[in-house]
Design a protein around this ligand. Sequence first.
Ligand code: ZN
Length: 138
Amino acid sequence: MVNCNNLVIMCMDYRFQSTTHTWLRHRGVEGKYDVISLAGSSLSMLNDTETRTIVVNQIDLARKKHSVKRIIIFHHEDCAALKDCPKDTREQLKIHHKKMSLARNVILNYFPELIVEEYFISLKGVFYPAGFKDVATV
Ligand SMILES: [Zn+2]
């Protein structure tokens, strides 16, 4: 299998499926990504060692079978998997970017050759990449 260089890690939440896949299509990666879909996306691998093992094994399989080179992590606003989730979108963005950064570190610890991108999706369907600083516009 060639030409499937991406692996998406996303929440199972139905509210963000269409938005996320449309966004990926506009980025030109339609049909070129595997998907790991779990409640809380990469939060799940931070909160539970069993789930971490599962995710790491899935990434490893995608690397070996599909030559995946890039992991794209999506977290979203109002995610039920985030305990004590603040109401404020800006606060959620900060927390999720911090959590995705931790997940990226875990992934890179196992697979340092991979590229990891992280995006927070607001309920309005806006994608905020890691490093996004202008939270005043959220
Ligand atoms: Zn969620």
